[in-house]
Write a protein that binds this ligand. Structure first.
Ligand code: COS
Length: 388
């Protein structure tokens, strides 16, 4: 039987996340967005109440909740502010390759580091010349005795300026395309340089940095999975984290719908609240339907993960659909507010800017369509990389 009813535990987790979003995030979100303020205190509070590192297993000090429960949390926090949620949730993206491909010693050292204290980790895949085309990366890791020496530059790194360690992808065989990439855990103190903080259109409270590695020496045991298995590890990581992005997009869309509905019921034009006009009602109706559909796809992709099924296709369905739904809902919300929607004084302008990144990060909407097309035309089975 398929049942969409949440258990009491799931309901209270969702309530906890919603209360946190309402009391800790919403009151400051627009101010943090305006000033590009790093939400340090909010991250620390989220860590304290257990809304961070949600997927880290109990054995390493985390709550070890499922992807489905994670999606409930992510939607609520993103409803509060997706930029702040990106900062809170980013550890999940960096922890996933360690959970998937790390040796027991690496898991113990780095996952526990995140749960014992409020610390941050970043996922370093993208480079200035290698975004969608992951195998085009130029960062190298050259084996020298018992170490690897990393050289190169990574961009658009969430929490990059504040992370204590980084999961870094680099070429260990320059001639082998995607089969020549490996992943490493690199501690900040080993010589990671933070070059620049980006000034962004949206999600302005989140930190996005360019970082570089100049002859950074990494112990051999910090290799994740096996040498040259980094590409698959990255893909498997994204399969696991894209449902979370879809949940965040659903949260933005929901916020847009709520603001737009409230405004439509108050704003009077032609003698009646604009919510009485069919033109507005149809916009509201489409937003509501797409939110519902985005959430169902998100939940399905998360439940598949929790059931141990390969969710590549549904994960891309969810990420693509929810991101586009968020952009559309935020655009319609601005439209419903009319000229006021274009003003920073009103809330939906921020949502419009925040929604855009949903169609870009963790794989653009076009990359999701590419994955969907490939998986639909030519479904395949993939061998998983082994832990180091
Ligand atoms: N899980 C496990 N393995 C996977 C996989 C998945 N989801 N997807 C692909 N693979 C494997 C393939 O099976 C193939 O294996 P073999 O070497 O055994 O043949 C290998 O990885 C290469 O796959 P593919 O041919 O599909 O690679 P492409 O270079 O064509 O790239 C895309 C595929 C474009 C989908 C990938 O590069 C991608 O997702 N790009 C976007 C990256 C991204 O999201 N960046 C955001 C930064 S992170 S915030």
């Amino acid at each position: 039987m398929v049942d969409f009813t949440l258990t009491d535990e799931q309901k209270s987790l969702r309530e906890l996340a919603h209360d946190f979003a309402e009391k800790e995030i919403r009151p400051v979100a627009w101010e943090y967005d305006r000033d590009g303020t790093w939400p340090k205190e909010i991250i620390e509070k989220a860590w304290q109440v257990g809304l961070m590192n949600t997927h880290i297993p109990e054995a390493y000090g985390g709550p070890g909740i499922g992807a489905f429960e994670g999606a409930l949390v992510e939607e609520e926090l993103s409803w509060g502010c997706s930029g702040i949620q990106t900062s809170i949730g980013c550890n999940g993206l960096a922890a996933a390759p360690i959970i998937l491909g790390g040796s027991e010693a690496l898991k113990r050292r780095y996952l526990t580091m995140l749960t014992e204290e409020c610390r941050l980790a970043s996922f370093c895949l993208t480079e200035p010349d290698a975004g969608s085309d992951v195998s085009g990366m130029r960062t190298t890791a050259v084996r020298r005795g018992e170490t690897y020496v990393i050289n190169g530059s990574k961009c658009f790194i969430t929490n990059g300026g504040y992370a204590d360690f980084y999961v870094v992808y680099a070429k260990t065989d320059r001639e082998a395309g995607h089969r020549g990439i490996s992943a490493f855990v690199v501690e900040r103190d080993w010589g990671v340089v933070v070059d620049k903080k980006e000034d962004k259109l949206g999600q302005r409270a989140s930190n996005t940095a360019t970082i570089s590695f100049n002859d950074v020496e990494v112990p051999r045991e910090n290799l994740l999975a096996r040498e040259n298995e980094g590409f698959k590890l990255a893909m498997m990581t994204l399969d696991r984290t894209r449902p979370g992005v879809a949940a965040m997009a659903t949260g933005i869309a929901r916020a847009a719908l709520e603001f737009a509905s409230d405004y439509a019921k108050e704003r009077v034009q032609f003698g009646v609240p604009i919510a009485m006009h069919e033109a507005i009602q149809f916009m509201i109706a489409d937003m509501a339907t797409e939110i519902e559909a985005a959430r169902l796809l998100t939940w399905k992709s998360a439940v598949m993960l929790d059931n141990g099924e390969r969710n590549t296709l549904v994960s891309s369905h969810a990420k693509r659909f929810a991101a586009d739904a968020a952009m559309k809902a935020a655009t319609e919300a601005v439209q419903i507010y009319g000229g006021y929607g274009f003003m920073k004084e009103y809330p939906v302008e921020k949502l419009f800017r925040d929604a855009k990144i949903m169609q870009l990060y963790e794989g653009t909407s076009q990359i999701q369509r590419l994955v969907i097309a490939r998986e639909t035309l030519l479904p395949r089975r993939v061998a998983e990389p082994a832990a180091a």
